[in-house]
Design a protein around this ligand. Structure first.
Ligand code: NAG
Ligand code: NAG
Ligand code: NAG
Ligand code: NAG
Ligand code: NAG
Ligand code: ZN
Length: 665
């Protein structure tokens, strides 16, 4: 009898670990029935503020069913440093008593069979959250959750060494969203000429003195998205897909998840520096908002945009007081209506807090540098560089005026104009306290999703041109030596070039197999024709960009992950939609996309309309103070620790500036 019980218990333990670490997860960071958030293996900057949440799970049914679905609500938790005696969490962090016990129920599917059969497993939860604490002393900490009379979940946390000395006054962090080394290589081929295999000019990125590699995995999956990868880069804490500035918990409220302090929150609190963000995405998108967002759901656009200006609402949390410069697209979150926070005119909310508001390039360039600046130049994402500069007829058909008026946005700035203006504002306003700027080329990612390689590479070249202009600008301002410039990505896509395609030959063929024979591989790949001027055509986009976007021999390229689509290599006049929805609700070849191309059967689940992110490590380019720390191969969280170390943000005591009043010149 006893033996039998033990066997059953063993069996349960085996099935527990079998289900919980797989692709469908009860809670990714929680391998057994007790969850500690932040979970095991997390690192902290000394003094970085965060919340702690404990959860005890009681699965009511499914393979893990336990204790009749009744969670232990008498659980206890302790923390100890470097093997010293453990203290209760409340005592250790000098909390005023224990936080309230919370209870909820959630459900999840254990695998695809359960999902098809619509039989979710139901889990009851007991939980407590300790809000806004910090660990100041470097060392190793052990957090232990005790529950169900003898079960333990242990999390090891490390507080990294102190770095109180500020070595860089300013940081400019460029993010090519989804940008990989393969894309950089392809962009170089398009824009820079070779003679006998030798480049005659190079990308600005090629001239950086230090190059490293970061691994982009999420806390609970090996493929990441832009929300949680941005979070890792900005906070040193990996999160889950769709989450920013929090460790995702299992509660129904997406705003109550345990938070971690970000680079700009630390920088404002400790040094009172100026900060800003620039993006060619809608500005409520993940990469710009993750600087201040604390939510499990990146799609809560009204919440994350509100957090940019007003900070976290329902919990006591450090506030940045709002950015000093904030430029991008996404007018739909600013024009009064359903997309804006509280339905308010959010332009007016910014103006009330002392911001200049610009809707076009002329206004942006004229905005005073000593005043906080908001610039929203279109609805949705920016039209891409190719459409703004080469296929300009595509702009006239858009209905993206940022004021909300009908018709297209006019007089759009590019990433370069926005970034250079942000530097002027941040340099003026930061004064002796310096500044932090994040500048994102968003549509490298967005156009790779659409399999529109040319539009993606055009935006990558715009980023490179912006980096080049930024270095010149910093030289002119005499602040190049005191500014750390980092150029990296948040994740990649499985893109590469494998040859060239003869567009003339492809057009003359009448079936899929013959069209594919237009592709020249190895010795037939030839040379880039993008750097040869096209007779009678000048795009006026200058050096650093292709002289011909539409040569006879184009790059043959592809992604490792795609929906069913038709391929016809070469630039398209119109932005691309590779797959369209069929009668059964899943995605098939879009008959109107590249109709003269050949069919490529997809590799993705049939509910994916676009390409998806991939596993690849991504490059990290660094120049300026602390540049040498960026060489080698490391985790995405290390990018945060390197930047925070260079800014002296590791603090031995609670240092909190008054940040409500801007203008600390
Ligand atoms: C668990 O119980 C719920 C009803 O509470 C039911 O809908 C679900 O199918 C059950 N799941 C399993 C795996 O038995
Ligand atoms: C740090 O000090 C500020 C201001 O006194 C306070 O609001 C905050 O809660 C403190 N943080 C921690 C982690 O104790
Ligand atoms: C804050 O709490 C209130 C009341 O519970 C709720 O209505 C609101 O949605 C919450 N706001 C956010 C940003 O979570
Ligand atoms: C730019 O915006 C200003 C208002 O800020 C407006 O007066 C001007 O007409 C706009 N320019 C263009 C070209 O739309
Ligand atoms: C794509 O898949 C379909 C079956 O779903 C098949 O009939 C067709 O031949 C495939 N096309 C190619 C180009 O492999
Ligand atoms: Zn993406």
């Amino acid at each position: 009898m006893l033996l039998k019980t033990n066997a059953a218990a063993l069996c349960l333990a085996a099935s527990l670990s079998a289900v919980s670490a797989q692709t469908f997860q009860r809670l990714g960071t929680c391998p057994d029935l007790g969850c500690v958030l932040p979970p095991d293996q997390q690192d902290f900057l000394p003094g970085q503020e965060f919340d702690i949440r404990f959860e005890v799970h009681a699965p009511k049914n499914g393979s893990e069913a336990y204790n009749n679905g009744v969670p232990d609500d008498k659980f206890t938790a302790t923390i100890s440093k470097d093997g010293k005696p453990a203290k209760s969490i409340a005592d250790f962090f000098k909390q005023k008593g224990e936080p309230a016990l919370e209870k909820w129920t959630f459900q999840w599917y254990e695998d695809l069979f359960a999902q098809d059969a619509k039989t979710p497993s139901v889990v009851n939860v007991a939980s407590k959250a300790y809000r806004r604490v910090a660990l100041y002393e470097p060392g190793d900490y052990t957090v232990t959750l005790n529950y169900y009379g003898g079960k333990k979940t242990v999390a090891k946390w490390t507080v990294r060494p102190l770095a109180t000395k500020k070595k860089a006054k300013n940081v400019i962090f460029f993010i090519g969203d989804g940008m990989t080394t393969n894309m950089i290589t392809a962009a170089r081929l398009l824009a820079h000429k070779t003679v006998n295999g030798r480049y005659q000019s190079l990308l600005a990125l090629d001239k950086f003195p230090v190059l490293g590699h970061q691994m982009t995995h999420s806390v609970d999956t090996f493929i990441t998205d832009s929300a949680n990868s941005a979070s890792a880069l900005y906070s040193g804490h990996k999160s889950s897909v769709n989450a920013m500035g929090v460790y995702a918990d299992s509660s129904p409220d997406s705003e109550d998840d345990p938070k971690v302090e970000t680079i700009v929150e630390l920088l404002r609190r400790i040094w009172g520096s100026a900060w800003g963000a620039v993006s060619t995405a809608f500005i409520a998108d993940a990469t710009p908002t993750a600087l201040t967002a604390h939510t499990r759901l990146r799609s809560k656009y009204t919440v994350v945009v509100d957090q940019v200006l007003n900070g976290v609402r329902n919990y006591t949390w450090t506030k940045t007081g709002g950015p000093d410069a904030y430029f991008g697209g996404g007018a739909e979150q600013f024009i009064a209506g359903s997309g804006s926070p509280g339905g308010k005119d959010f332009y007016a909310e910014f103006a009330k807090k002392g911001y200049s508001v610009s809707w076009n390039k002329t206004a942006l360039l004229a905005a005073p540098n000593d005043q906080r600046a908001l610039g929203i130049f279109c609805k949705s994402n920016f039209p891409v560089w190719l459409d703004r500069n080469v296929f300009t007829d595509n702009l006239a058909t858009l209905k993206n005026d940022p004021s909300g008026a009908d018709g297209p946005a006019k007089d759009l700035p590019g990433l370069k104009e926005m970034t250079l203006k942000a530097i002027d504002v941040l340099h003026t306003r930061g004064g002796k306290n310096g500044f932090f700027l994040m500048s994102e080329a968003a549509s490298i990612d967005k156009q790779m999703h659409a399999l529109d390689y040319d539009r993606a590479l055009g935006d990558l070249l715009e980023l490179d041109d912006t980096v080049r202009a930024t270095i010149e600008k910093l030289k002119a301002l005499k602040i190049l030596d005191e500014t750390l410039i980092v150029v990296s990505a948040d994740h990649g896509h499985g893109f590469d070039v494998f040859g060239s395609s003869d567009t003339k030959y492809a057009a003359a063929q009448h079936d899929d197999r013959h069209k594919r024979n237009a592709v020249g591989v190895y010795q037939n790949s030839g040379l880039s024709q993008y750097t040869q001027p096209k007779e009678g055509v000048s795009y006026g986009t200058g050096a650093n960009f292709p002289l011909n976007w539409d040569p006879r021999y184009v790059i043959a390229a592809g992604l490792g992950a795609n929906p069913d689509h038709r391929e016809l290599f070469g630039v398209g006049q119109k932005p691309r939609t590779p797959a369209s929805v069929g009668a059964d609700g899943s995605y098939y070849v879009n008959p109107s996309d590249r109709p003269n191309g050949f069919v490529v059967n997809g590799t993705l689940p049939t509910n994916e309309a676009q390409g998806v992110h991939s596993l690849t490590d991504v490059p990290v380019y660094a120049m300026g103070p602390c540049q040498d720390t960026f060489g080698g191969t490391y985790s995405n969280i290390d990018v945060f620790f390197k930047i925070a170390g260079c800014l002296g943000l590791g603090q031995p005591t609670n240092k909190t500036q008054t940040v409500d009043k801007p203008g600390h010149h």
